[in-house]
Design a protein around this ligand. Structure first.
Ligand SMILES: Cc1cc2nc3c(=O)[nH]c(=O)nc-3n(C[C@H](O)[C@H](O)[C@H](O)COP(=O)(O)O)c2cc1C
Length: 172
């Protein structure tokens, strides 16, 4: 697949088969995140791969949804605010920006590998922090359920409801 094809094919997947994902495939996803750029190359992130039932239950408790429960694996993407770059001009913390790039690498790589994912931010971070005993400076920022996509969901042509280029771009 070309990059254009991967971008066009990517959609939020909320229907997974129970098929397990092998370790090599998970490592390929993590490698795509590892190579992501970050401000000053500080790489202020940790990826918690949740494959045990115990770890998966923590993640599911933080975002209780039937579709989410069906994913065979989760990656909890955490930002480290003690490592992230703060812009000297105004102190802006670039942790979220760095994480977003790494997450999208995983999302696009998943498409290439025949997997589906969905960005999830509407979870309860306290449940994750307590469940994984994360230190204060580590923020769980994004949950990524990962799984093979059901055939009907794969075939469903999602209408990419997006603003037009005219609406979102300015040429000056
Ligand atoms: C930062 C971010 C947070 C999101 N959080 C959630 C979420 O908590 N639950 C969910 O079902 N989808 C979530 N989404 C998915 C969006 O709803 C989805 O990307 C958007 O509706 C466009 O649809 P598409 O991804 O299928 O193209 C999130 C997406 C982003 C980028």
């Amino acid at each position: 697949m070309t990059l254009d094809e991967i971008i066009a094919k990517r959609k939020s997947v909320r229907k997974y088969t129970g098929r397990a994902i092998d370790e090599q495939t998970v490592n390929a996803l993590l490698e795509s995140a590892r190579l992501a750029p970050s401000a000053v190359n500080f790489q202020p992130w940790t990826f918690i791969v949740c494959q045990s039932e115990k770890a998966k239950q923590v993640v599911r408790d933080s975002y209780p949804r039937d579709w989410f429960n069906a994913a065979p694996l989760y990656i909890v993407v955490c930002g480290n605010h003690s490592q992230s770059w703060k812009r000297p001009a105004d102190g802006k913390d670039h942790c979220d920006i760095d994480i977003a790039i790494a997450v999208e690498h995983i999302v696009l790589k998943s498409v290439e590998l025949g997997l589906g994912t969905c960005w999830v931010c509407n979870f309860n971070p306290e449940v994750i922090k307590n469940g994984f005993r994360l230190p204060e400076e580590i923020e769980p920022a994004v949950l990524l359920p990962v799984g093979y996509v059901t055939e009907d969901y794969e075939a469903d042509p999602r209408n990419k409801n997006r603003k037009s280029l005219d609406e979102i771009s300015e040429w000056r």
